[in-house]
Design a protein around this ligand. Structure first.
Ligand code: GTP
Length: 366
């Protein structure tokens, strides 16, 4: 079976980290989000993935090339952003081959939904489209449905205002579509599947909803990105830290579970990593430094006695001696945080910036 993955969004809500990488390449426990998705799809028998790319297409193609986990990967490029529906039409040539239903996935979703069960449900109901549905506390940020007992979607409301949501069941960003759905998507235009295609299918009674429980997070916001890493640490590193190859931890240093340390990293004397720290590949954690509740991307140098708590530090950045990065801070890739600098809560630093004096008010440093 085929799957189209929407991979061309700008990820504006994840800036400054998304200024230098597509959302699908954000690391989750030191593996790109898309790598997790491809692994799960391959286990469900998907053998061809069409990546619908636009923004930062080359970074994706350089990294993922043309096959992974036995799945053939092809790229469907857009000359301008086509939203969530236009890319499906744009890839029509790949999708209609064989005339079978295919998956469409929002690439920024991390989930353990059983793809095989959605297809079975779709076929049993004879639907034109089936959406995987997940129950959330606060549905206002999502597409919310009214579902009949038989699993038909009666109504689809995108981002309802407070009090107007028909339920707490939301569009999980995983669909099965019949090729006939391609006929109702206009060509060469920006189209929203959520605002145009799904409401039209719901009106004609051919849209179904498959409810699932388990793991599901859309990593649209930094707090969701934190959460997905935290959940995966709990699930895979609760008792023992997940330590990669060729990692050197000094005998006086501590790595406290749940935590992960990527290949080739070093943790110097008296340093402490964790709990809830994800340290990328090739990171140097200096003497006496502390990292907890944080995500530190690959290649970062943390000099001695620095502290990183509840923050994200982008790739190849340098955190100076005695620097202090507090909760909610996001440091973009290749930035330099000088010696003795404190970044108070919720400070964002753009990629490639050098910060030589403390920032004691929340805000952005462009
Ligand atoms: P924000 O700017 O933070 O809203 O993020 P986003 O641009 O990724 O938008 P959103 O989260 O709504 O996107 C849902 C999914 O659709 C993600 O997997 C995006 O990569 C993808 N997507 C959004 N717009 C486009 C587009 O114009 N083309 C393609 N190919 N994919 C898109």
């Amino acid at each position: 079976m085929k799957a189209l993955i929407l991979a061309g969004g700008f990820g504006t809500r994840l800036r400054p980290l998304s200024c230098t990488r597509p959302k699908l390449m954000f690391p989750v426990l030191n593996r790109e989000l898309l790598d997790w998705t491809l692994e799960r799809l391959s286990k469900s028998g998907v053998d061809r993935v069409i990546l619908a790319v636009n923004h930062m297409a080359d970074a994706l193609e350089r990294s993922f090339r043309y096959s992974r986990y036995g799945i053939e990967i092809v790229y469907s490029r857009e000359s301008r952003p086509l939203g969530t529906g236009g890319p499906i039409k744009n890839a029509e040539g790949f999708l209609i081959e064989g005339g079978e239903p295919f998956f469409v996935l929002n690439g920024d979703v991390f989930s353990d939904v059983d793809y095989g069960k959605i297809v079975k449900f779709h076929e049993d109901r004879g639907a034109k489209a089936t959406i995987a549905l997940y129950e959330v506390e606060d549905p206002g940020r999502f597409g919310v449905v009214e579902l009949s007992k038989e699993g038909r979607i009666m109504r689809f409301v995108e981002k309802p205002k407070p009090g107007e949501a028909p339920s707490r069941l939301v569009n999980a960003g995983v669909y099965v579509l019949d090729p006939s759905v391609l006929d109702i998507i206009p060509h060469g235009r920006k189209v929203s599947t959520e605002r145009k295609v799904f409401p039209a299918l719901a009106r004609e009674g051919s849209l179904c909803g498959y409810r699932f429980d388990g793991l599901w997070i859309d990593i649209g916001l930094p707090e969701d990105y934190f959460l997905v890493n935290k959940m995966m640490l709990r699930s895979l590193a609760a008792d023992e830290p997940l330590v990669g190859k060729n990692v050197k931890v000094h005998e006086t240093a501590k790595v406290v579970a749940p935590s992960a340390v990527g290949d080739g990293s070093t943790v110097a004397e008296d340093a402490e990593v964790g709990p809830y720290a994800v340290v990328g590949r090739g990171v140097e954690v200096g003497k006496g430094s502390r990292i907890d509740g944080s995500i530190v991307f690959q290649g970062v140098i943390v000099e001695s006695f620095a502290s990183i708590r509840g923050a994200i530090v982008g790739e190849d950045s340098i955190v100076g001696r005695w620097a202090k990065i507090e909760e909610g801070c996001i440091v973009g890739d290749h930035a330099l945080i000088g010696d003795n600098v404190t970044l108070t809560r919720n400070v964002e630093i753009c990629p490639f910036r050098e910060v030589r004096s403390s920032i004691l008010e929340p805000g952005k440093v462009m």
